[in-house]
Design a protein around this ligand. Structure first.
Ligand code: GUN
Length: 278
């Protein structure tokens, strides 16, 4: 039976250290400030943003959500980003994705000052991460790395990543490579996915398809990190057949309560980092 990794607990304990850092910053007259831009009425986006507001409030970060109708033009959004880039009191800027179709997502990401890009999506930050330089790391991959480190040494382990999204799959492989893991990427065109995943000491699944990874695809004793969030019959489930894989893995993250809480916490980490740079 696997250890069930309590992401809520790991995240809460990490937030305690952030709270102390914010107290020190405030004593020096620095109030970490995060601006979140939320466009349209996608329920998932609204739910994520509520989680971000709650975490910010708990830690002592001043967060402000700017809400816009989905008819907002690209120019209006870019002008707003310019204002926040110039505002010295703003440390972090996050534009919640996805964006309405009239807005070019990459143009928005590239407009945010790399110094305030707490999502870690700007090409300058992605490039620095690739080079192994100190930078703002993308939140979900950083959270996954932190969770994995609570369970095992990373160096020398075979990490198999299923999924190659810009937000999770690609960068998480890079972070583990930087930690001297051997990394294999798999995706929808991979031949014989099970043959690959069975080699994983650490299996990271970030596809968005419920039931994708079954117990026969997991090496006994593997650490399994499930990044999927799927709604099935009104319930949230990951990409991994949790009940069956739990019997085979040495440790597994549940959905919900695994990776999710870490993502928000790493966003807070990035905001505190920017505020600390002064
Ligand atoms: N939408 C879903 N995940 C994310 C994320 O990590 N950052 C932003 N900005 N939008 C998202």
């Amino acid at each position: 039976m696997a250890v069930v990794i309590d992401g809520k607990q790991v995240a809460a304990s990490y937030r305690e250290t952030l709270k102390e850092r914010v107290t020190e910053l405030r004593a020096r007259g620095i109030v970490p400030k995060l601006k979140v831009v939320l466009i349209g009425d996608d329920p998932a986006s609204h739910s994520y943003v509520r989680g971000k507001e709650r975490a910010a409030q708990e830690i002592g970060i001043d967060s402000q959500v700017l809400r816009f109708d989905e008819t907002i033009s690209e120019k209006e959004l870019l002008d707003l980003i310019d204002l926040m880039n110039e505002d010295e009191e703003v440390h972090g800027i996050l534009v919640q994705l996805p964006l309405p179709k009239q807005i070019d997502e990459s143009r928005v990401i590239m407009r945010i000052s790399p110094e305030k890009d707490v999502d870690g999506f700007h090409p300058e930050n992605v490039g620095k991460m690739m080079l192994g330089l100190d930078t703002l790391l993308p939140c979900t991959p950083h959270g996954i790395l932190h969770l994995a480190k609570t369970q095992t040494e990373i160096a020398g382990k075979h990490v198999v990543v299923v999924g190659r999204s810009q937000i999770v799959g690609k960068p998480v492989g890079m972070l583990f490579l930087n930690e001297s893991a051997t990394v294999t990427y798999c995706h929808s065109k991979t031949d014989d996915l099970g043959a690959m995943t069975r080699q994983a000491d650490i299996l990271i699944v970030a596809v968005g398809r419920a039931g994708l990874v079954t117990a026969d695809m997991v090496k006994p004793g593997a650490l399994v990190i499930d990044v999927g969030v799927n709604r099935v019959e009104g319930r949230l489930v990951g990409d991994v057949d949790y009940e069956a894989v739990k019997e085979k893995a040495s440790a597994i993250t549940p959905v919900p309560g695994g990776v999710g809480p870490m993502t928000i916490t790493m966003l807070m980490h990035n905001t505190v980092e920017v505020a600390s740079r002064g």
